[in-house]
Ligand binder design. Structure first.
Ligand SMILES: [Zn+2]
Length: 296
């Protein structure tokens, strides 16, 4: 069984991406893609931060989709750290409690283009930790011209927040996170998809070893690249962190049927068939960890 920890949808056709004919897949298109790929269920992440998309979604929209297809989807909510008057004192907790009560199993994808240690972001983390929800986030390499929580090479700001929030389950995602799987990542490569052998000393390995609440969301080209760029490393990494990794796709449009929908699935299927990873590792990464983290 496959559970997708990270996907996006919109209940109706929307404005396409700038310069494109594509927009998010509709729930029905996504279910058809899931049936094709053998994916049982997916976590719907609302895009509520203005930085990353051309249309802003609501949590209610995602809850409506889940209510129509409760067997195929699992809803997350999303709260922008600037909501409720753009202050670090905002009571974001009552909002989180409300959506948790309605069935949301986590928060994200947090894409606000603010530093990890911005007081408004820390306020969000405080409330998320208190509410006991896992948090999916995207890392940005800079302020402006991108989206995601801003850090520097080596992810020092993120580690400060891990230390400040020992009970928060982090679902780490994006190029700027997964490039750190290798120790030789640089200022030039950390925002992309570095290829070739993984070297010792990667911060992803270090942080996941040090903090068991730091989990990897293997979705998108970035997650797939992290485990497949150096397959021997990938098999070791999946085995070593078998309790902290979750299968995902990050399908953002119907055209993703050819890439993120199937790339990681094929890699994991081939790895278990060739005995490069055990059946137990495969089961944990494909669905058991997601079930545990999301309380399914
Ligand atoms: Zn995403």
């Amino acid at each position: 069984m496959l559970i997708d920890i990270h996907v996006h949808t919109t209940p109706r056709r929307t404005l396409p991406y700038p310069g494109s004919d594509q927009c998010f897949a509709t729930p029905w298109e996504l279910i058809e893609m899931y049936d094709f790929a053998g994916i049982a269920r997916g976590v719907l992440l609302p895009c509520t931060n203005p930085e990353n998309v051309h249309t802003i979604q609501s949590n209610e929209e995602i809850l409506d989709v889940w209510q129509r297809y409760p067997d195929r989807f699992i809803p997350f909510c999303n709260i922008d750290p600037r909501q409720c008057f753009n202050t670090p004192d905002a009571d974001l907790g009552y909002m989180l409690a409300y959506y948790k009560d309605l069935g949301c199993r986590g928060i994200g994808e947090v894409c606000a283009n603010l530093p990890f240690d911005d007081p408004r972001v820390e306020n969000l983390f405080d409330h998320v930790e208190k509410n006991g929800l896992p948090l999916t986030f995207h890392v940005a390499t800079r302020d402006h011209g991108t989206y995601g929580l801003i850090d520097g090479l080596g992810l020092p700001r993120f580690e400060q927040q891990i230390i400040k929030h020992p009970n928060l389950v982090w679902l780490c995602h994006s190029q700027a996170w997964w490039s750190h799987v290798s120790g030789d990542v640089t200022e030039d490569t950390w925002g992309g998809y570095p290829s070739g052998p993984v070297t010792e000393g990667g911060r992803v390995v270090e942080l996941m070893r040090k903090y068991p609440n730091v989990c990897g969301d293997l979705s998108a080209g970035s997650g797939y690249n992290a485990v497949s760029r150096d397959p021997e490393f990938g098999y070791w990494f999946l085995t070593e962190f078998q309790n902290q990794l979750c299968f995902g796709t990050d399908v953002c449009a119907p055209k993703n049927r050819a890439n993120v929908l199937v790339n990681l699935r094929n890699f994991l299927n081939e790895a278990v068939a060739a005995n490069n990873i055990s059946q137990q590792v495969y089961d944990k990464v494909t669905h058991l960890n997601a079930q545990r983290i999301l309380g399914l």
